[in-house]
Write a protein that binds this ligand. Structure first.
Ligand SMILES: C[S@@+](CC[C@H](N)C(=O)[O-])C[C@H]1O[C@@H](n2cnc3c(N)ncnc32)[C@H](O)[C@@H]1O
Length: 394
């Protein structure tokens, strides 16, 4: 058989015998095997430099105010950019591995980051020598960026709200907030609070709660894909005080979860097919509730208001289809309450309300209104003002 035909036959036979993932692994091995210094997972991570720099900017806030970068190259440039963005002083020693002279001259108060990905046994021995001479002061660039890989990998398998990794990272680091988190923090300082959050989805507001100093955040998420994304964020950002509990919020009340300082329910109530079960659970969990959600208007959704009854009182709401997307409920219907009826439901359960925003819909969203407010049980010290007074001052 001519040489070309035998190569084609061999490739064809391999393609038939092995799956795509195995063939892709073989191809990558062939393409990189000449380079003994290659790291096999660095290229995927380093392919998103904006995301890496933003992640490093956030990591830099955990370093001391003086940082020495060791080893010139792309990693050192990215870390230097991140440190500049974080306003941290940094110096570069381009040499790597360091000789004994350079090792001995490192400032003792600085954090030292080895920038090139260690690629030889000698690189790792030099990292160990550095650590021995500067205990608790030496990090590798590699260990700083590897955790981001969990989110980067997650994005390949699960749909994220933002397709751009850098935008995802900006939401986790607090460079961008989702919803009026600062406004919430003004009326209800988050630092030190034990919070229960319904439906974190990708954990962007979980991030804000952690970044604002919550003592703990218990996330209740029923959808596996969203629980995985929030777990990936917890691993990447090192959130030790966040618990991701996989449960249906209809099953979550004070009787089985206990009491919290703040219940956080943003973008979730209208995914309940049993809204009074949802609300009674929510009301039982805390004396302060941050609440956000779409409400029904005459035009939205395009159906008639229904009268829903609870404890002898009636509330106007509209039914809508739900249940099949990553940002939806797990039952095929939900209800949007009318705005005034939603407020009245909270008042009927002893809450006073401080509105935080009352926005018209953003383009591409249903033309209802999105309300966000803090509800406080009067006995917990919430200000007793009328909705109209509070909205006028919001
Ligand atoms: C519209 S998203 C809101 C995400 C986030 N809270 C926000 O406002 O940006 C709804 C979230 O609630 C979750 N969810 C829906 N029904 C749920 C249920 N019955 N129990 C727990 N989580 C649920 C969804 O999986 C999703 O994470």
């Amino acid at each position: 058989m001519p040489r070309n035909r035998s190569v084609v036959a061999k490739v064809g036979e391999r393609l038939l015998r092995h799956g795509p993932a195995d063939n892709w692994r073989l191809l990558r091995r062939k393409l990189t095997s000449d380079n003994g210094a290659a790291n096999t997972i660095a290229p995927a991570l380093m392919a998103n430099p904006r995301a890496v720099v933003e992640f490093l900017r956030w990591k830099a806030s955990q370093l001391s105010s003086r940082v020495v970068l060791v080893g010139a190259g792309r990693e050192a440039e990215m870390l230097a950019e991140a440190l500049t963005l974080a306003g941290a002083r940094h110096d570069l020693i381009a040499e790597w591995p360091l000789g004994p002279g350079a090792r001995g001259s490192l400032p003792p108060e600085a954090d030292v980051v080895v920038c090139p990905w260690p690629a030889t046994p000698e690189d790792w021995r030099e990292v160990a020598r550095l650590r021995a001479s500067l205990p608790n002061r030496v990090l590798t660039f590699q260990e700083m960026v590897l955790p981001l890989g969990v989110v980067e990998e997650g994005r390949k398998h699960i749909e994220y709200r933002f397709p751009d990794l850098a935008e995802v990272v900006r939401h986790y680091t607090g460079a961008v907030e989702m919803g009026p988190m600062e406004a919430l923090n003004e009326v209800c300082p988050i630092a030190g609070l034990r919070v229960i959050e319904f439906g974190p989805m990708e954990g962007y507001q979980t991030a804000s709660l952690v970044n604002l100093g919550a003592a703990s955040v218990t996330c209740i998420e029923a959808r596996a894909e969203n629980a995985l994304k929030t777990l990936a964020a917890k691993a990447a950002l090192g959130w030790r005080n966040v618990d991701v509990v996989i449960d249906d919020f209809h099953n979550v009340g004070r009787a089985n979860y206990g009491k919290f300082d703040l219940a956080f329910a943003h973008g979730v109530y209208y995914h309940s097919f049993a809204p009074f079960v949802f609300f009674e659970n929510l009301f039982s969990l805390a004396d302060r509730i941050f609440f956000g959600g779409y409400v029904a208007t005459d035009d939205f959704p395009d159906s008639d208001f229904l009268e829903l009854e609870s404890q002898g009182r009636r509330y106007a709401a509209k039914l809508h289809g739900d249940g099949y997307g990553m940002d939806q409920g797990i039952n095929p219907t939900g209800y949007y309450f009318g705005r005034e009826d939603l407020y009245r439901l909270f008042r009927d359960h002893g809450f006073t309300i401080v509105p935080l925003s009352n926005e018209e819909q953003t383009p591409g969203q249903p033309p209802g209104r999105y309300l966000r407010f803090l509800a406080s049980r009067a006995s917990s010290g919430g200000r007793n003002v009328s909705i109209e007074q509070a909205e006028a001052s919001a």
